[in-house]
Design a protein around this ligand. Structure first.
Ligand code: ASP
Ligand code: MG
Length: 421
């Protein structure tokens, strides 16, 4: 048994879904659990819907809903000639359920509402793809992951209940004649069957969890890039494909934000020594990247860029020094509002934290900090992490940049920089 994960880009259009069928046909002998994300930019679109819903902006909500539905119908129409096919009714029903939810008053818990609404992206994509596979002579069973993957109720960042989920996954994910089971990435549910989500881009993690629990032979993440590159081609023109990665290098690169693999994905695979392939769905014969229990002598420097960074500086209003008590308080505020810290640095009278620019969370965090601290912040910064750095790689990144802050480790260096000019 193997696990495949198809991300948003690999299911964004009718053509992309047909391509999945082509890929699955290459693996005729295998039993496969297929984990799928929402189509294209659907999750972003639903996030906008949720914003309008909680802000009670009904006109904009209506527009977004309409365009979300139109996008899905376009894919459907591109896939199914028979307009009486059951898939049309199934998709209509999902949009009906979503509309019903949106007609209710928002609760006071934004993150709870978020999870109850965001799930429609994956429910829609898996419904459409599973019908299409069936109609393409690939017998497929649709599985609702929420019946098997149980989590706590930390909405939007739910923690997996490994023991219970392991039992349920093994009970439910049994192949009965069909060769393929398809299910949603990113989602789970509480013991009371309320939907949860595992954090943005969490579908890779779902694939790893299922592989771990079902003891898969290997996992393949199908992407629109050739594999894991040593930098994002958006920022570098001569990127290098990393053909082999140790689990540790993969974890480090994912943790610092290479974006190709979700950071939580690697650990479960490493624990059971399951290989991970990252391959291009455009060029399925190309080798891609293999992550596993590997070693290599040549260490290729990797560059990870985070744009739009904000440096928040806090100093106690009473001019006292920063101590453990302050730190506990400051971290508590960031954690309470779910604001992830990308980098931090301490001095006698101030504590500096670097985060992604998220206006809503920034406001919540700074409002609360300002009760006890002087807070100022600087925007428009970039955070660059180099793994296996040397002076020449640093020089390369620093061209026309001003250094604001740096943190140097043995293998990694982090540079907070700003464009000059
Ligand atoms: N659809 C979710 C997201 O866009 C999960 C994923 O793509 O992995 O974050
Ligand atoms: Mg994705």
């Amino acid at each position: 048994m193997i696990v495949f994960k198809f991300g948003g880009a690999s299911v964004k259009s009718a053509g992309a879904v047909r391509n999945i069928v082509e890929i699955l046909k290459r693996y005729r002998e295998e039993k496969i659990v297929v984990v799928v994300s929402a189509m294209g930019k659907t999750t972003n679109a639903i996030e906008r819907i949720i914003e309008h819903y909680t802000a009670r902006k009904s006109e904009r909500l209506k527009q977004e809903f309409k365009s979300l539905k139109a996008n899905h119908l376009e894919v459907l129409n591109g896939l199914f000639e028979d307009k009486d096919h059951k898939v049309f009714a199934d998709v209509e029903e999902l949009f009906g359920d979503l509309a019903d939810r949106l007609a209710k008053e928002p609760t006071l818990n934004y993150d709870f509402d978020y999870d109850q609404l965001i799930c429609y992206g994956e429910l829609l994509s898996t419904t459409i793809i599973s019908h299409f596979l069936n109609s393409s002579d690939i017998p497929t069973r649709w599985m609702d992951i929420r019946r098997s993957l149980k989590t706590n109720n930390t909405w939007r960042e739910a923690k997996v209940d490994w023991e219970l989920s392991n039992q349920l996954v093994n009970e439910h994910f049994t192949f009965n004649g069909e060769r393929i089971m398809i299910t949603q990435g990113f989602l789970g549910s509480t013991i009371n069957d309320q939907t949860t989500s595992l954090g943005r881009e969490g579908s890779d993690y779902t694939a790893a969890i299922l592989a771990y629990m079902l003891k898969a032979e290997n996992v393949t993440i199908w992407k629109d890039v050739p594999g894991v590159l040593n930098a994002d081609p958006k920022y570098f023109d001569d990127t290098i494909l990393l053909e082999k990665l140790s689990y540790l290098d993969a974890i480090e690169l994912a943790f610092f934000g290479t974006g190709v693999i979700h950071p939580k994905t690697i650990k479960p695979l490493q624990n059971k020594n399951i290989n991970l392939h990252v391959k291009s769905f455009v060029e399925p014969d190309a080798p891609g990247t293999l992550v596993g229990n590997l070693s290599y002598s040549k260490l290729t420097p990797s560059f990870i860029f985070k744009m739009d960074q904000v440096l928040i500086r806090t100093s106690p209003l009473d001019f006292s020094f920063i101590n453990e008590g302050n730190l506990e308080e400051i971290f508590g505020i960031f954690s309470k509002h779910g604001m992830k810290i990308n980098m931090m640095q301490n001095s006698a009278i101030s504590f500096k934290i670097i985060v992604n620019k998220d206006k809503r969370k920034l406001r919540l965090v700074t409002d609360e900090l300002e009760e006890k601290y002087k807070v100022d912040y600087q925007t428009g910064l970039e955070l660059v992490t180099i793994r296996y750095f040397d002076q020449s790689t640093i020089d390369r990144v620093m061209i026309n940049k001003e250094l604001i802050m740096e943190q140097r480790g043995v293998q990694n260096i982090e540079l907070l920089i700003r464009d000059q000019g």
